[in-house]
Write a protein that binds this ligand. Sequence first.
Ligand SMILES: [Cu+2]
Length: 120
Amino acid sequence: MRRTAFLLATVALLGAAGMAHAHAFLDRAAPAVGSAVHGSPRALVLHFSEELEAAFSTVHVEDAQGKRVDVGDVHVDPANAAVLEVSLPPLPPGRYHVIWRVVSVDTHVTEGSYAFDILP
Ligand SMILES: [Cu+2]
């Protein structure tokens, strides 16, 4: 019983130490946050500051009416676990919203959203 309490205390301390690590923040994206691009990009690519848990990390792209427009093949880049990608179909000019929610390998959840414009 006493040993169990000790182990729990140790785990709690390790957990607190883990909090000092950076979560998976969005480092850069293509199309970039707030950008305007010419022509429909073939994919959305998000680069995070930490490696991601693929099974719990997702992103979707919506048009100005809130309709999901991405292909739905969300995946972590096999060559770089800090990169999340989803393919895009040919999209008309307009404003698009990117909504992401990821779990980093330190198990912390981060989420965010941004917009970009496709110009004619
Ligand atoms: Cu974290």
